[in-house]
Each structure stands twice: as C-alpha cells, then as structure tokens.
Write a protein that binds this ligand. Structure first.
Ligand code: NAD
Length: 300
C-alpha cells in the first residue's frame, strides 16, 4: 500500500484564496483587516517565521504592522505595547512570536492580549471557550490539521483519533477540536504506558512530539490517516534537512493518507493565522456596529 500524500501547500492556497475573498468583502464594507506582529529579540527561526507571516498577510490583502523590541526589553515595555495595540481600533489581530526571552513570563504577557484580538488562540478565555465548544479564535496549527483531516476524510464523526503530544500549542487544542468534530479522542504523551499500542488502535493519528521519525509503520493500523505536525532539523549524510515526527517512508506503506514534512501542516498554520485575523476583524466590526446601534436606541 502506498499512502495518498496530503498536499498542505495546495490546501493552504485554497484557504488563502477564501481569505482574500473575505478581505475584499470586508474592504467593500470599509473594514481594513490589520495584523500586528510582535517580535522580541532576534531568534533566527522566529525572524523567518515573522517574515513569512508578514509576506502571506500582504498576499492576502491584510495590512501588517511589525513591532520589534530588543531582546533585553522589560516585561513592562512589552505589556505597554500590548495595551496600546489592544486599545487601537485599527488593529484586529495581535500575534506575539514565541519563544520569548527567558526573563519574560510567557503566560503573563499572552493573557494581556485582548481575547478578541488573540489570533493565536492562546488566551485562557479562548482556550476555555474551545473546550466548551464555543465559537472562539482557535490555535492555528491544530485548526489547520483539522481542516486537512476534514478535506481528506469528510465527516470525522465516530472515528478514533490518537493525538501524540499534549502541549498547550498543539496537542491539547488538537484533542479539543477533534472532540468537537465528534471523534473519540486518546491523547498519548511521554508518560503514557505503551503509546505505540494505543496508537495502533487509531483511525486518525496526529503526531506533535518533536522527536524525529519516532512514529513508524509499527505504530499504525493499516488504513490510518496520519497528520505529522513535527518539524525537526537533522543531519543526514552531512546535510541538514527537515523531517517530521513520523517516519514518512515506513508509515506511508500502511497509512491510507499522510502529510509530508515539509509541505504538510506547516503552510496550514500561516493560512489559519490569516483566517483568524479576518474572523477577528469581522467580529470586532460586528461588535462595534451593535454597540453604536445600542447607543442610538438609548439616545434617539
Ligand atoms: P512540546 O515539546 O511542547 O510537546 C511535545 C509533547 O510530546 C509533550 O506533550 C510530550 O509529552 C510528548 N512526547 C515526548 N516524547 C514522547 C514520546 N516518546 N511518546 C509520546 N509522547 C511524547 O512540542 P510542541 O510545541 O507541541 O511541538 C511538537 C512538534 O511540532 C515540534 O516538532 C514542533 O517543531 C512542531 N510544530 C510544528 C508546527 C507547524 O506549524 N507545523 C507548529 C507548532 C509545533
């Protein structure tokens, strides 16, 4: 068996096409979607991620504002910038690029972002809303994975999904989204007893571990659909290259469908960041309209 390769680049291009269409609709209503990106310090990988996000925003017609702070900036300075962006009605989305320098408390600053502008979906109000099945901004990577699964499998209802990894950024929100899509969900992690045996029961496997090629064919049921979130840089015959958490060659012998690395989940993350920015812009415009109508009703 040779698995169907899920083309994340093509899927992301379709999402971005819809985003562009939605941006044009908003612009016709006088709404100019804008995303503020904050980068503290000059971590090389973060620089690349920020550059790509700004590039994609431009392509989607979303105005982007880049805020760079030096690595030794105080937490107070960062909080002041976030407060300024929260209060700015022309900014719809705020993205704080992680990781932050060690002296800044990540959770403290993430909680300072207005939940309505939290396009990464990391604020506890959005995390709680997701677990309650409310319509909130959800983290981009797991949202992109869910989209790929729905495009590949159609209705996910009743399927058994195993999520490998329980981080706040990928594993936990992925499990919540799959539950919302009516899957039976098992989360395995570094302390699980026999993660491989649990994984062998899965119709759907989402690997978000950060261990190069950990999951090979022996972890998979024949016909499983495999989403590989992992991005790991390895040395291979003296050359540096990216691999996932799944051993692609071995896994594709038993899986029905599988995402490659690169070209699978990666492009979906940025596409869903743009989608969240448009959603935030639309919700804010709606809230402002309702507010002005309420003021008018009480004063007219
Ligand atoms: P993390 O380090 O925060 O979490 C890893 C999780 O894997 C932990 O919950 C841990 O319990 C679990 N784990 C570790 N070893 C295990 C094992 N042997 N068996 C089972 N579980 C094990 O990582 P993260 O932030 O969730 O990222 C995971 C991977 O996804 C990384 O490679 C990261 O680079 C990648 N990633 C990719 C994107 C993207 O856009 N494609 C976005 C975010 C993260």
């Amino acid at each position: 068996m040779s698995a169907h390769i899920i083309d994340g680049k093509a899927a992301a291009a379709r999402v971005l096409q819809q985003v562009r269409h939605d941006v044009n609709t908003l612009k016709a209503e006088g709404i100019e979607p804008a995303l503020a990106v904050i980068l503290v310090g000059n971590d090389a990988a973060s620089e690349v991620y920020v550059r790509n996000k700004i590039l994609r925003a431009g392509e989607a017609g979303i105005h982007s504002l880049e805020h760079r702070l030096p690595a030794n900036s105080s937490q107070a300075r960062l909080l002041a910038l976030i407060a300024e962006l929260n209060a700015d009605n022309t900014v719809n989305g705020i993205l704080l690029q992680l990781p932050l320098p060690a002296h800044i408390e990540e959770n403290r600053v993430l909680q300072a972002i207005d939940p309505g502008k939290d396009v990464d979906g990391f604020h506890s109000e959005n995390v709680g809303g997701l677990s309650q099945g409310r319509n909130v901004l959800t983290p981009c990577t797991p949202s992109g994975c869910l989209h790929l699964l729905e495009e590949t499998c159609g209705d996910l209802s009743g399927k058994h999904a195993v999520v490998i990894g329980r981080s706040n950024i990928v594993g936990k929100p992925m499990a919540a989204l799959l539950l919302q899509a009516h899957c039976s969900v098992t989360v395995v992690h570094s302390r699980s007893n026999d993660a491989r045996a649990l994984c062998q029961l899965a119709d759907i496997v989402v690997a978000a571990v950060g261990r190069p090629r950990l999951i090979d064919a022996s972890w998979l049921k024949r016909g499983a659909v495999v989403i590989d979130v992992g991005i790991n840089r390895i040395e291979d015959h003296g050359r540096s290259r990216l691999v996932g958490d799944v051993d692609f060659d071995s896994a594709s012998e038993v899986a029905a469908a599988i995402t490659p690395v690169p070209g699978g989940v990666g492009p979906m993350t940025i596409a869903f960041l743009m989608k969240n920015t448009v959603t935030a812009a639309r919700q804010q415009a709606h809230a402002q309209r309702s507010q002005s109508e309420a003021v008018c009703l009480s004063t007219c």
